[in-house]
Design a protein around this ligand. Structure first.
Ligand code: N01
Length: 570
């Protein structure tokens, strides 16, 4: 019954808890989904493997962790009161501040009571007769629900390469995406960090401040943009608060979900001198504004891109005093933004310190971890602490750790053997009533903005089912195939496929199927597409009702033309 949790025993006498919806994950997506469904009168049970909420913001507490999105858009927009009462302290808030924000949200909306922490979901199996999902968590406790929502995060399963010899290492080692809750003291230590992605770029300048020596192992250099973080004044906060309507209007329309303006300029509109001046202004403004508020063709046009790429290389050469190190830090063989650019907080400046050295492993990879450090070819680099900042198995990685089975017992793992297939990045054919928040093939962009659009869409779909006496929603296989094609078309219209080892192409994980994992058509376009899918009466979906005798009767099979929502079930 809606609004009530129901504990029962099944025919074997084992306990089974009935809820309307199970949500997996208590990060930004899961918390928002819980609130949404609860507001709609559903009983919801959230499971979270970590001992506390936060998802990314629980696990990634490595030194320097902070958002690369401006605080005023790295937030929920669903509650004006929440917006008005929360004060961000910086342009780019730290992990701790984002974690406190999410805790505040959970307390304010009394979310914790429906979250089971330290609870890993082991399997979710769809039962066709009852149109219910059976969810089993570690320890064997079982739940039955009509709606299954996975809010697993797009970057939640850390990737640590399987280097030979780690078990012999006599020092400490840590993975940034599973950073310990206790402080790691670098004082006087020799520290080695492997990786130079967004994570390492944040960690390096801070670790360098206390470590005796920091050795950075770089395989591919990045185009690191200066963040230009600053503390917000009361005056600025007031300005933000009074502009929220405008902020969200812009962010929802922006290709990547940021409250940025379009540049309105392309390379051919300006002289070479003006071009440099505009890039300089973007560089000084900081953050991703360098990309989005300078030239609209930076990600589309090779020449415009190369001018921006060379601009950044020249900045690196100007900042880093040792010319050899500077050249090694300059990306040369791929265009800017084709790999997700990190934001730096004095990253390049850190290489001017006497205690920081760069080791180029682009030609000679790491051979092994030894008892004393890291061996690259003939050279051994001693270390007391090794940090793996080696990224994530993005998008699909965390789905491989739950045994998810849809119609006919088909496993999601098998279904996605060649890469994910979804409709809208939210639903999967053969997996009725399973919804993904920030799942594979959903938009690449500022997560809270993406999440809120998706959560509202899921909420509306559930309302549609319930108001029309329907039990299940499932995309047609044609819709799934079209979505896949659309993703290819969008990314192939950009320079993004040229990136090296990009995680959004699955190219950072050995053996992972290569292919675009996210929707690059833009957050604004995505929102419109999702809205159209609902407005068409879910024409690209099959909506079913389960008859009392347990047989499914098809109420509406997806169509490609617009039609009103079905009103009743025959
Ligand atoms: O991971 P990455 P990340 N030997 O995959 C290297 C988000 N994020 O955690 O480039 C040696 O970017 C690898 O080298 P290469 C953000 O979206 C957000 O840093 O593959 N090195 C690379 O240098 C970001 O894009 C924020 O050649 C190896 C590094 O490890 C995403 O998370 C903050 C190797 C991995 O870089 C991922 O960033 C931080 C090997 N065998 C992260 N394998 C904020 O917004 C991998 N590497 C705050």
């Amino acid at each position: 019954m809606p609004g009530q949790t129901n504990d029962q025993q099944d025919h074997n006498g084992e306990s089974l808890t009935e809820v309307d919806a199970v949500v997996i994950g208590a990060g930004i997506g899961g918390l928002r989904m819980l609130h949404q469904l609860r507001e709609q009168g559903l009983t919801v049970q959230v499971f979270e493997a970590a001992p506390d909420l936060g998802g990314t913001w629980f696990w990634n507490r490595y030194p320097g962790a902070r958002t690369d999105s401006e605080s005023w858009t790295y937030a929920y927009s669903f509650s004006k009161e929440l917006q008005d009462e929360w004060d961000w302290s910086e342009r780019f808030p730290t992990q701790d501040e984002v974690y406190r924000y999410l805790s505040h949200v959970a307390d304010r909306f009394d979310l914790r009571r429906d979250i089971a922490f330290d609870t890993r979901v082991e399997s979710a199996v769809y039962d066709e007769d009852s149109a219910r999902w059976l969810v089993t968590v570690a320890g064997g406790r079982r739940y039955r629900c009509a709606y299954l929502v996975t809010a697993l995060g797009l970057l939640s399963l850390p990737y640590k390469p399987d280097f030979k010899g780690l078990e012999d290492f006599e020092g400490q080692w840590h993975v940034t995406g599973r950073w310990p809750q206790e402080e790691v003291d670098f004082t006087g230590k020799r520290v080695a960090i492997i990786g130079t992605g967004a994570t390492a770029v944040q960690a390096v300048p801070l670790i360098a401040q206390t470590a005796a020596q920091l050795t950075v192992f770089q395989r591919t250099p990045n185009y690191v943009l200066p963040a230009r973080n600053y503390t917000l004044t009361d005056f600025e906060r007031e300005g933000i608060r009074s502009s929220y309507d405008e902020i969200w209007r812009k962010a929802r329309k922006h290709p990547f979900g940021y409250a940025f303006d379009r540049a309105g300029v392309t390379k051919s509109d300006v002289t070479p001198e003006e071009h440099q001046r505009i890039l300089e202004r973007g560089w000084e403004t900081g953050g991703f504004r360098f990309v989005f508020e300078t030239f609209d063709d930076m990600t589309l046009d090779e020449e415009a891109n190369e001018i921006a790429s060379e601009f950044v290389r020249n900045k690196i050469r100007a900042i880093v005093k040792d010319p050899e190190t500077a050249e090694l830090l300059c990306p040369k063989d791929y265009p800017i933004v084709s790999k997700r650019p990190p934001l730096g907080h004095f990253y390049y400046e850190a290489f001017n310190r006497d205690n920081v050295r760069l080791v180029d492993i682009s030609q000679t990879p790491i051979d092994e971890i030894t008892a004393n450090g890291i061996r690259v070819g003939e050279d051994e680099y001693t270390a007391d602490i090794i940090i793996f900042a080696t990224g994530f198995d993005a998008g699909t990685g965390s789905y491989n750790y739950i045994d998810i089975r849809g119609r006919g017992g088909e496993t999601l793992e098998k279904k996605w053997a060649d890469g994910p297939r979804t409709h809208l990045g939210i639903t999967i054919d053969g997996f009725p009533n399973m919804f993904m928040v920030s799942g594979p093939q959903s938009p690449f962009g500022n997560i809270p903005v993406v999440v809120e659009g998706t959560v509202e869409w899921i909420g509306n779909a559930v309302t549609h089912l319930r108001e029309n006496g329907l039990d299940t929603i499932e995309p047609t296989s044609e819709a799934v195939a079209s979505w896949w094609q659309l993703l290819q078309d969008y990314i192939n219209a950009t320079l993004l496929p040229k990136g090296r080892h990009s995680w959004f192409l699955g190219a950072n994980i050995p053996g992972k199927p290569r292919g675009v994992l996210f929707f690059f058509g833009g957050v604004g376009t995505y929102r419109k597409t999702c809205q159209a899918a609902a407005d068409s009466g879910y024409a690209d979906f099959t909506l079913d009702s389960v008859a009392p005798h347990g047989q499914a009767s098809t109420a509406h099979v997806g169509r490609t033309t617009s039609r009103p929502a079905p009103q009743s079930v025959s």
